[in-house]
Design a protein. Structure first.
Length: 395
């Protein structure tokens, strides 16, 4: 079995590649087996056994904590570092202590600075839009700065008191309305963090022959952080990508959210900061059917490290009931295959999913919004996708 390497910025992927995976908590136990079986079927169909994945399970989340008391074992991080690329199901966020967020911890530890979220509509999936086929965007959300730096102090603590006094007495800040009862947070946004995110977004647009990259920000109010993101993004584009054929423009975040509903066809690639990207990704997902069909990846395009993931939560209320939708994880696996350059297998999966949706067959969360939709269980949906990929007759 082989491991991925990176040379001169390009991935070198062996024909049999080791991919570490985290099953995940809650519905992860149902959707990850569907994902692995579907990917294996697509690889066999596309390449006749010449390309395949050696799946290596690693532990994280509640299952890991229950086993050995660690939410994120060191050997799991080592596996992701060593193999470069992995995939994971949804993870429980510890309550009342421990890691602030396992997802954030993974992104910070591996410096996965680009959260990449493609959003498109699949024929047959219900949507609140009249013309959902006009939605076809990819969001590049900065993944390591902004609020995800996690720098904040709680009201009433000595640290908050000290920081508030520093702002008032040393920095001359006089407009904190209730300084004695305020919590504080710091929002770092850097030149380097902005440039590498915008660079990745423009290169993605060039590679996929897309017309534009839109910098989304709130620079009219946060002039030095989000305004800096806008300015540094434009400077990077002018310095490194002049004449590349990709138009770089910008838009205030609230206007952008409105315009994605009014004229979604005007946008193709979005580059934005962390908090904005959180809102934007979920709104765009809702426009094409919901978070259950939204894939995601966290990527460092310099080192090659990437973790592909289900973008939804653990859904403990339906775990074990056969109602979980594996589509987010399946489409994240499609992104992983595309990252490998194994596009034939990726197309087989998306084609099978669209075939299934066009016949109004889906898990309950999607079927309820389809005219005469037929709800099927998690495993039945997976079985149908595999049969469509392999060419078996589907009833």
């Amino acid at each position: 079995m082989g491991k991925i390497q990176i040379y001169n910025g390009k991935l070198l992927v062996p024909d049999c590649v080791t991919v570490p995976f985290v099953t995940g908590d809650g519905v992860g136990a149902e959707i990850m087996p569907v994902c692995r079986r579907t990917v294996d079927a697509a690889l066999q169909k596309a390449y006749g056994g010449k390309k395949r994945i050696d799946w290596q399970e690693v532990m994280a989340g509640e299952r890991s904590f229950s086993r050995d008391g660690s939410w994120l074992p060191g050997e799991t991080l080592d596996a992701f570092r060593d193999c470069l690329v992995g995939i994971k199901g949804p993870l429980t966020t510890p309550v009342g202590g421990g890691i602030r967020s396992l997802n954030v911890a993974l992104r910070q530890a591996l410096d996965l600075y680009a959260c990449v979220r493609p959003v498109r509509w699949f024929r047959g999936v219900g949507s609140p839009l009249k013309e959902p086929w006009k939605v076809d965007m990819t969001v590049f959300r900065e993944n390591t700065e902004d609020i995800y730096a996690g720098i904040e102090w709680e009201q009433g603590t000595p640290e908050a008191t000290r920081f508030g006094r520093f702002l008032r007495e040393e920095m001359g800040v006089g407009n904190i309305r209730f300084p004695e009862t305020s919590s504080y947070g710091v929002k770092p946004v850097s030149v380097e963090g902005t440039e590498r995110l915008v660079r990745a977004a423009i290169r993605y647009a060039m590679d996929h022959r897309l017309p534009s990259v839109t910098l989304v920000h709130k620079g009219n109010i946060m002039k030095y952080t989000e305004g800096g993101f806008r300015r540094w993004g434009y400077e990077l584009a002018g310095r490194e990508f002049a004449g590349c054929g990709v138009e770089v423009n910008d838009m205030i975040a609230d206007a952008f959210l409105q315009n994605t509903l009014l004229k979604p066809e005007a946008f193709s690639v979005i580059a934005t900061l962390n908090l904005n990207g959180d809102y934007i990704s979920d709104q765009l997902a809702a426009m094409v059917g919901g978070i259950g069909i939204a894939p995601g990846a966290n990527i460092n395009y310099v080192t090659g490290h990437a973790i592909f993931e289900a973008t939804h939560g653990t859904a403990p209320d339906i775990a074990g009931a056969g109602r979980a939708n594996p589509s987010s994880l399946l489409l994240s696996a499609v992104m992983m295959l595309e990252y490998f350059g194994w596009t034939e297998a990726a197309r087989l999966i998306t084609g099978a999913m669209e075939n299934c949706f066009s016949r109004r067959r889906a898990t309950a969360d999607l079927a309820r919004f389809m005219p005469q939709g037929q709800a099927v269980t998690t495993s039945a949906f997976g079985n149908e996708i595999v049969r469509l990929i392999t060419g078996e007759q589907v009833i």
